[in-house]
Design a protein around this ligand. Structure first.
Ligand SMILES: C[S@@+](CC[C@H](N)C(=O)[O-])C[C@H]1O[C@@H](n2cnc3c(N)ncnc32)[C@H](O)[C@@H]1O
Length: 281
């Protein structure tokens, strides 16, 4: 039996908790994402008529962009472990007049409910860092991708985030975030692992790259700092940080304050390094 078919045996179920949840402060950043600013490495692989699976699609702005890129005749399926966010993704696709080309369903990337070889492109943006078994997830993405198709993933690497000016409270925030994400079963420094995970999942043709998001204009630093300040105090992350004994509400308030301090600093600048893999199935 080849490794692709061997991969499907055995039960698989998610064991990690999605660190961010879908609070408004989280979706504020997810809705900003486009195929251009978040999936540029994949665009050359998209053809009219292609069948695309977008795993962990969240509120679906990238999903909708992918649908426009495979028109006419293409179809995109967005799946996510959380039903509540799919309602928003459906509404977004409808608003953009893409209702016929896009469909959504609840699914766990470790056990996708699709036959072998169902899609030309299988994509996951900022998802593998949150799952309990990213290698299993990539095997499952490979299973549903047709031979010659592409499995694509992009993830940030939290330890590689960098900013100016030095803001000690943000060092504390980053350390806390990485501890909470790991306690939830994820890998916050996923970016540096992607290539290795892909090879462990059985891919032999893997192209690796990296691109950054950079927030430097005053309106960008105001947006980025306020959404992180709000996330730090009001999202599922805040709940798990406190319930897990990693931080007190006062610690989270201090981290939020550090974000505001950084965001209003003259010459504030922040970069998020994102790793990317394009794996030929
Ligand atoms: C950081 S968000 C990214 C959303 C979207 N891809 C984007 O970039 O805007 C991660 C998404 O993955 C989903 N997710 C987490 N674990 C998952 C799993 N095991 N299977 C499918 N989706 C999962 C979460 O519910 C969340 O919507």
């Amino acid at each position: 039996m080849d490794t692709k078919h061997a991969a499907a045996t055995g039960a698989a179920r998610e064991t990690a908790v999605y660190t961010h949840g879908h609070h408004e402060s989280v979706l504020r950043s997810h809705r900003w994402r486009t195929a251009e600013n978040s999936a540029a490495y994949l665009l050359g692989e998209l053809r009219p008529g292609a069948a695309v699976l977008d795993v962990g699609c969240g509120p679906g702005t990238i999903t909708a962009d992918l649908a426009e890129r495979v028109a006419p005749g293409g179809r995109v399926t967005g799946v996510d472990a959380a039903e509540d966010v799919l309602a928003q993704a459906r509404a977004h696709a409808q608003q953009r007049g893409l209702g016929g080309a896009v469909s959504f369903a609840v699914a766990d990337v470790h056990a996708l409910d699709f036959p072998y070889d169902s899609f030309d492109v299988v994509h996951a943006h900022q998802v593998l860092q949150h799952v309990g078994d990213p290698v299993r997830a990539l095997r499952e993405m490979r299973r549903v991708c047709r031979p010659g198709g592409v499995v694509a993933a992009r993830d940030a690497d939290y330890a590689a985030m960098t900013w100016y000016p030095a803001t000690p409270g943000l060092d504390t925030w980053l350390d806390l975030y990485r501890r909470v994400a790991r306690a939830n079963g994820g890998e916050p420094d996923a970016g540096r692992h992607l290539r290795a995970w892909a090879r462990q999942a059985g891919f032999t043709d893997v192209t690796s790259s990296a691109t950054a998001w950079c927030f430097a204009a005053p309106e960008e630093t105001a947006w980025w700092s306020s959404l992180w300040a709000d996330r730090t105090q009001s999202s599922s992350y805040a709940d798990t940080a406190v319930r897990g004994g990693h931080a007190t509400p006062a610690d989270l308030a201090a981290a939020a304050e550090a974000w505001h301090t950084w965001g209003t600093a003259p010459d504030a600048w922040f970069a998020v390094l994102n790793a990317e893999i394009l794996c030929r199935a």
